[in-house]
Design a protein around this ligand. Structure first.
Ligand code: SF4
Ligand code: SF4
Ligand code: F3S
Length: 377
């Protein structure tokens, strides 16, 4: 095992291979306050990449309802239980990562889900078990709350799937940090399925190989955002490239949200993979739950997000307005004259939107046509 630095846990850790960061790292921010679980992202991916034989139960993008939804069943609670309680002190994770909590001869701590665990990707979500009387609500051991969690492969800096594969069939591209499975080398050992704590590699029983999200690399190479981003109805997603904390740029949208404003956080940083999909946590969920899921700075992230969003000319508000507004990858941005402007790497303008959305109130009756309007204001 090599010693590598993981900035998300604030310390060095053990990893199977020495540290090797790509020239650029694919990254994304998802604003969980805007996800409506319409599953358009799921279907955009499914129809593009996983509509073949053996891929029936495979969702490279899925959206689950937290705290009770999972795909596959129990994916996060099982690995959290196996890892045990880990403590954070001053931004440093003092527990063990999945690379450190291993037994002799093992590369990564993990488990392989049962086939049935993939069978009901959204069981329990938005379902009524019968007629519900007006005013009735569920009450249990905690206050009633829920939120939707969309998930893709995190194209991790320290991929557990890659570390675990005895065939060396998984690689991380130097040009963009995307993690791929070489279908010619893969022999279906499924160590990657067992190792990925996010359960984002999937075994295909027809081809006998494993497959995973490819970050829509043919689109990335053309400067386009992936399918699940471009088709997102809620406009919750922005794809770009992330720098290391020391090299963070104020005009890089991902750097700005993750490193500078610090409102977007990694999912389960304690696993130790340095995942590259970042989440703006939901504002209505108990902080204890958010801290378990997104690390110790979840409370500050929510408070900063709420404060900055109120600033009507602010950078955060402007940047959030650019989410889902262009199919191109947004590598730079600026706010000028009440508008948010998205740019490519060369600084060429891709799109501009008003920071404050204009509101037009129309009268309920249209005298010119002599009709009442139904969709006012
Ligand atoms: Fe590999 Fe899982 Fe990380 Fe994706 S999320 S790179 S499949 S370890
Ligand atoms: Fe699917 Fe592309 Fe989204 Fe990955 S990035 S989940 S391959 S649509
Ligand atoms: Fe390796 Fe996973 Fe294939 S462990 S051999 S990439 S199934």
């Amino acid at each position: 095992m090599a010693r590598v630095y993981n900035w998300q846990i604030g310390r060095e850790m053990s990893y199977w291979y020495p540290e090797s960061r790509p020239k650029r790292q694919f990254a994304a921010v998802f604003d969980l306050n805007k996800c409506i679980a319409c599953q358009t992202c799921t279907l955009a991916c499914k129809t593009t990449w996983t509509s073949g034989r053996g891929q029936e139960a495979m969702f490279w993008n899925n959206v689950e309802t937290k705290p009770y939804g999972f795909y596959p069943l129990g994916w996060d609670v099982k690995i959290l239980q196996m890892l045990g309680k880990g403590v954070w002190r001053n931004g440093v994770y003092e527990g063990l990562t999945v690379f450190e909590a291993v037994g002799r001869g093992e590369r990564v701590l993990g488990f392989r889900p049962e086939e049935a665990d993939y069978a009901y990707p959204n069981i329990g979500e938005d379902e009524c078990a019968g007629e519900v009387e007006k005013g009735v609500y569920l009450s249990g051991i905690h206050d009633v709350w829920m939120f939707y969690l969309p998930r893709i492969c995190n194209h991790c800096t320290y991929p557990a799937c890659l570390a675990a594969c005895p065939r060396g069939a998984i690689y991380k591209r130097q040009e963009d940090g995307i993690v791929l499975i070489d279908q010619k080398r893969c022999r279906g050992y499924q160590e990657c399925v067992k190792a990925c704590p996010y359960k984002k590699t999937f075994f295909n029983p027809v081809t006998g190989t494993s497959e995973k999200c490819i970050a829509c690399f043919p689109k990335i190479e053309l400067g386009m955002q992936p399918q699940c981003f471009e088709n997102c109805i809620g406009k919750i997603r922005l794809q770009g490239f992330i720098s290391t904390p020391k090299e963070a740029r104020e005009d890089n949208p991902i750097d700005y949200l993750v490193h500078i404003l610090k409102v977007a956080l990694p999912l389960y940083p304690q696993f130790g993979l340095e995942p590259n999909v970042y989440y703006i946590p939901p504002i209505h969920v108990p902080f204890s739950f958010l801290e378990m899921m997104f690390g110790p700075s979840a409370k500050e992230a929510v408070e900063r997000y709420q404060a900055e969003r109120k600033d009507e000319d602010g950078r955060l508000r402007g940047l959030l307005a650019l989410f889902g507004c262009t199919p191109r990858t947004v590598e730079r941005f600026k706010i000028a004259g009440g508008e948010a402007i998205a740019m490519n790497e060369k600084g060429e303008e891709l799109v501009r939107v008003p920071v404050k959305e204009p509101v037009f109130i129309r009268p309920g009756f249209d005298p010119a046509s002599g009709v009442a309007r139904l969709n006012t204001p």
